[in-house]
Write a protein of this length. Sequence first.
Length: 108
Amino acid sequence: MSEYGVWNYFEMTLGDDALQSAIDSVPIPWNPVSKNPKKDGRYLVTTDFNIVTIKSFAKNLRKVDKDDFDKVEPGWYDYDSDFGYYKYHKVIAWMELPEPYKEADNEC
């Protein structure tokens, strides 16, 4: 296993009325896939099938796993427990993940 580890992910279809309402109400700074992220990591992406999910980006896929990626190139990838790492070609836009929710300290 590589230094990038394994993680769980979620997917939502943009057809969901509640999700679409939330997306419409907040300006989201989507970046086109032609503009690669500046650093390796996990990002919120939208795909050509109108799915919003979390995928990983690496400037050098070979550093992620030399057995699964034979070229030194940037790209989006994911992990499958049966097949290992694989390049993910369906990303059309990406953005930074938001900060996790933190409850306010309400002292009475």
